[in-house]
Design a protein around this ligand. Structure first.
Ligand SMILES: Cc1cc2nc3c(=O)[nH]c(=O)nc-3n(C[C@H](O)[C@H](O)[C@H](O)COP(=O)(O)OP(=O)(O)OC[C@H]3O[C@@H](n4cnc5c(N)ncnc54)[C@H](O)[C@@H]3O)c2cc1C
Length: 468
C-alpha cells in the first residue's frame, strides 16, 4: 500500500489488518478529508498545511478498540493524531507527519449525569451532551459555538472558552473540568485518571500528551434563556452597552458579543430582522432579566430589536444567536469571501471604551473589530476576534504591532504550534506528561516546537523546567 502522506512508508494494508475489528478508512480521498480542520481560516496556515495528510483513519467504537489502535501504532512507531469533529482553527488535528488518524466520533456515549456534572466518552458531540442534560434541567457550563459537530474530547484537548464562559469562566478554571481519563501510548496502554487541578496536565495540550477517553464536566442549572439583539449607530456605544450588560449585577447573561456593523452585513439570515448598517450587541439573558436589559440598551442609545426564545427563533427561521458570535462570526464572513481572516486579541482594560476608539482609528479600514466578553478569574475580560481583510503577511504583522502598541495582547491564530498561540510559552508540565504517557513521542508531536528541544530529557527533568 502506498503512503498517502508520502511520509510514512510501512505496509499500511498489513497495519490495517492488525487493527481488526476496528473500522478503518483507507480510501485516499476520505483520508485526505479527515486530515483537515478549519486551518483554512488562516491563509498562512492554509499554505503550510493544505498538503499534509494522514495515511489511514481508524474509527474505534469502544475504549478497548481505541486501546488496540494505540497499541498497534506504538508497536509500529507510527505517528498518531486524535481527531474529534475536526473544527479546530489552527490545524491541531492535521497529521503533519502523516501516520494514523484516530477519529473518536463513534465513542460518543453520555455515561452519567448527576446534579452539577456530566460524564461522557471523548467522542460525544456537545449538542448531544446538552440534549441529555436538558432532560435533567441542566446544561453544560460552557460549550463552543460548534457544538453540533465538535466533540467533548476535542473541546477539552483544544478549546478554552465558549458560550457560558461569561457566567462560569474559562474551561481551565476550578470546578469546570472535574475529571479526565487518558490512555498512554505504550506497549500496554494504561488509562490514567486526572482529577481536580490535575486536569490541567492534559487540558489544552492539543492531544500531545495522552488519548482522552472520558471526561467529566461541570453542569449548571438551565435557565429560560432569551437571545437578544440590539443595534447602535456607533461601535463605541454598542461596546459600552456590552460591557455594562456583561458586568451589571442585575443581569446574569451567559454570553455578550459586540459586532462591527460591516460584519453584520455578512449575516444574510438576519436580513429583515435588524436595521441595516448598525453595530450589533448580541447576548443571552434569563427571561426575567429581559426588561432590565431593555432599559440598559435604551440608556446606552440602542434599540432592542430581537428578543427570542428558542421557539420564537425557530419559528422566525433564525439560527442560534451564538452562530453569529465567537468564531462563527468569522465563518459567516468567510462563507461569502475567502479573502477574510481573523486574529485573537486580548483587551487590556475591558472597561476602557475610549482606548478602543483610538485603537480602531489606528487599525484602519481592513480590520473590523468584534468583541466577546468572558469572565476570567471572576473578572470581566474581553477578547477581540476581528475580521481582517488579508493582503499579505507583512500587513498582518503591522496590524499585530498596532494592537501591541496600544497595549493589546496577540494570541496568534496563524500558528499551528501550541506554544505560539494562546499559551504564549511552552507548558513543561504538559511536556513532562507527554514524556511520561507518550515516551516515543508519537502523539501530535509536530505541534510543539518545545517538545523537540526536551524530548531527550526524562519526565522529571522536563517537569523541573515548569515555572511554578
Ligand atoms: C466556527 C467555529 C467556532 C468555534 N468556536 C469556539 C469557541 O467558542 N470556543 C472554543 O474554545 N473553540 C472554538 N472553536 C474551535 C473548536 O471548535 C473547538 O475547540 C472544538 O471544541 C474542537 O472540538 P473538535 O471535536 O472539533 O476537536 P478537533 O478539532 O478534532 O481536535 C482539537 C484538538 O484536540 C485533539 N483531540 C481530539 N480528540 C482528542 C482525544 N480524544 N484525546 C486527545 N486529544 C484529542 C486533536 O488532536 C486536536 O489537537 C471554534 C471553531 C470554529 C470553526
Amino acid at each position: 500500500m502506498n503512503s498517502i502522506s508520502g511520509k510514512v512508508f510501512i505496509d499500511w494494508g498489513e497495519f490495517a489488518g492488525r487493527l481488526a475489528p476496528v473500522e478503518v478508512i483507507e480510501e485516499p480521498a476520505l483520508v485526505k478529508k479527515r486530515s483537515r480542520d478549519f486551518f483554512w481560516y488562516s491563509p498562512i496556515l492554509n499554505e503550510k498545511l493544505k498538503g499534509c495528510f494522514g495515511d489511514l483513519v481508524a474509527v474505534p467504537k469502544t475504549v478497548e478498540e481505541l486501546t488496540l489502535c494505540v497499541k498497534v501504532a506504538h508497536d509500529a512507531e507510527v505517528p498518531v493524531v486524535l481527531r474529534g469533529g475536526g473544527t479546530g482553527n489552527y490545524g491541531q488535528s492535521v497529521p503533519v507527519e502523516g501516520g494514523l488518524i484516530i477519529e473518536t466520533t463513534s465513542m460518543n456515549r453520555v455515561l452519567d449525569i448527576g446534579e452539577g456534572f456530566v460524564s461522557a466518552e471523548a467522542g460525544a458531540l456537545m449538542t448531544d451532551i446538552n440534549g441529555a442534560l436538558k432532560a435533567t434541567g441542566q446544561e453544560m457550563a460552557m460549550f463552543p459555538s460548534t457544538q453540533d459537530i465538535a466533540t467533548i474530547g476535542g473541546f477539552v484537548a483544544g478549546g478554552s472558552v465558549g458560550i457560558g464562559s461569561l457566567a462560569t469562566g474559562a474551561l481551565r478554571e476550578p470546578g469546570n473540568l472535574i475529571e479526565i481519563k487518558a490512555l498512554s501510548v505504550e506497549e500496554q496502554p494504561r488509562e490514567h485518571v486526572f482529577r481536580g487541578e490535575d486536569v490541567l496536565k492534559v487540558h489544552h495540550a492539543w492531544g500531545l500528551n495522552g488519548v482522552i477517553t472520558e471526561v467529566t464536566l461541570r453542569a449548571v442549572a438551565s435557565r429560560d434563556w432569551i437571545a437578544c439583539m440590539a443595534t447602535y449607530d456607533n461601535y463605541r456605544s454598542a461596546y459600552v452597552a456590552g460591557y455594562a450588560a456583561a458586568s451589571a449585577a442585575s443581569i446574569s447573561p451567559k454570553m455578550v458579543s459586540v459586532v462591527d456593523a460591516r460584519i453584520v452585513d455578512y449575516f444574510p439570515r438576519l436580513k429583515g430582522h435588524l436595521r441595516q448598517g448598525r453595530d450589533l450587541l448580541a447576548c443571552y439573558v434569563p427571561a426575567e432579566d429581559v426588561d432590565t436589559l431593555r432599559r440598559l440598551v435604551v440608556e446606552k442609545g440602542g434599540l432592542l430589536e430581537l428578543t427570542l426564545s428558542d421557539e420564537d427563533r425557530e419559528a422566525a427561521g433564525i439560527p442560534h444567536v451564538f452562530e453569529f458570535c465567537f468564531n462563527h462570526t468569522t465563518l459567516q464572513v468567510l462563507k461569502s469571501d475567502r479573502s477574510a481572516t481573523y486574529q485573537q486579541v486580548g483587551v487590556p482594560d475591558p472597561s476602557d471604551a475610549d482606548a478602543l476608539v483610538g485603537l480602531r482609528q489606528d487599525l484602519g479600514d481592513d480590520v473590523w473589530t468584534h468583541h466577546e466578553f468572558i469572565r476570567l478569574g471572576g473578572k470581566i475580560s474581553a477578547i477581540d476576534l476581528p475580521i481582517i481583510w488579508y493582503s499579505g503577511k507583512e500587513r498582518l504583522d503591522a496590524i499585530n504591532k498596532t494592537y501591541e502598541a496600544h497595549g493589546f495582547v496577540i494570541y496568534d491564530a496563524h500558528t499551528n504550534e501550541v506554544e505560539r498561540g494562546g499559551l504564549h510559552n511552552a507548558d513543561y508540565t504538559h511536556l513532562a506528561w507527554k514524556k511520561h504517557l507518550d515516551p516515543k513521542g508519537l502523539l501530535n508531536s509536530a505541534k510543539s516546537a518545545a517538545w523537540h528541544q526536551v524530548k531527550h530529557l526524562s519526565a522529571n527533568e522536563i517537569k523541573a523546567m515548569a515555572v511554578t
